[in-house]
Design a protein around this ligand. Structure first.
Ligand SMILES: C[S@@+](CC[C@H](N)C(=O)[O-])C[C@H]1O[C@@H](n2cnc3c(N)ncnc32)[C@H](O)[C@@H]1O
Length: 269
């Protein structure tokens, strides 16, 4: 593993964020399995998970391609790859190559993978088409590119609450990347020249006992400085909205409908 990059992921890489991402890997495990089933990933495939973070779908892929295949994880941050090493060791997954580089300039040989996948990375980049272009370059003719990212279009609480709207808008505007990229995945693959492009969506409902019921408050905490610096809300407005919304989300009558996970995949001609 080459350890060299310094650019940072907007939500940081603290222990809490590592745990959130690992819990999210479990949460989205069945969606990942459905996706690789639909693509037909099987023993012997050479697969790459771009922006793998502290695990991504490396374990799911390793289980599917078996010892005859190969799995590579790529991330631009050393600290995430160190976490990935640890996660793989804890899960007794061996033989995964980890590469530290930006997704737009990997330096890996073109056409060297049967599947190039990313999940929840395009949400965090400013020019997703450039990442997709590199993913297509790395895929062999006849191989697949697969994308999975959320779109906040569906993210809401019921009953509605004005503090949800204020904090949702502030978080969406402060976000580094695009919280609505999910809906663009299909078009990104088609414009990149892939064929047989398909799309699927998944969402979830959360209740007060689910940690994701209050995920918006966690994002506000992480982006608080940016929200204040860009004067989207003052410190007092944030404090008041967080306090009132927390009480609302704790109420037994309240549920949240989560962001939609879009999956799009296609074949390189
Ligand atoms: C939200 S995490 C998702 C991690 C993992 N794919 C998963 O599903 O759990 C986003 C990851 O993408 C990585 N990332 C963001 N932009 C990147 C880029 N331009 N090149 C490589 N990695 C990038 C971040 O370092 C982070 O590990």
């Amino acid at each position: 593993m080459a350890l060299s990059q310094t650019i940072e992921y907007g939500l940081g890489a603290c222990e809490l964020e590592r745990q959130r991402l690992l819990a999210q890997c479990e949460m989205y495990r069945s969606e990942a399995e459905q996706l690789i089933d639909r693509i037909g990933v099987s023993a012997g495939w050479r697969v790459l998970d771009v922006g793998c973070g502290p695990l991504g779908i490396l374990d799911v892929l390793a289980g599917r391609v078996g010892p005859a295949g190969s799995v590579t994880g790529l991330d631009r941050e050393d600290r995430f790859l160190e976490m990935a090493c640890r996660s793989l060791r804890e899960r007794h997954v061996g033989e995964v190559d980890l590469v530290c580089c930006p997704a737009t300039a990997t330096g890996l040989p073109g056409g060297s993978f049967d599947l190039v996948h990313e999940r929840l990375m395009l949400n965090n980049v400013v020019r997703p088409a450039e990442v997709v272009q590199e993913m297509v370059r790395l895929t062999r003719p006849g191989g697949y590119v697969a994308l999975q990212d959320t779109d906040w279009i569906s993210w809401t609480c019921e009953p509605a609450h004005p503090d949800w709207d204020a904090l949702y808008n502030a978080a969406a505007r402060a976000w580094i990347g695009d919280v609505y990229v999910g809906r663009r995945l299909f078009g990104l693959l088609r414009h990149a020249g892939l064929v047989d492009v398909q799309v699927a969506t998944h969402t979830r409902v959360w209740r007060p006992a689910d940690p994701y019921q209050k995920l918006l408050l966690r994002f506000i905490e992480l982006y608080r400085d940016r929200i204040e610096a860009t004067r989207l809300l003052t410190a007092d407005e944030i404090d008041g909205s967080v306090r009132r919304l927390r009480a609302h989300l704790d109420h037994a009558d309240t549920f949240t409908l989560y962001a939609t996970l879009f999956q799009a995949w296609g074949r390189k001609p």
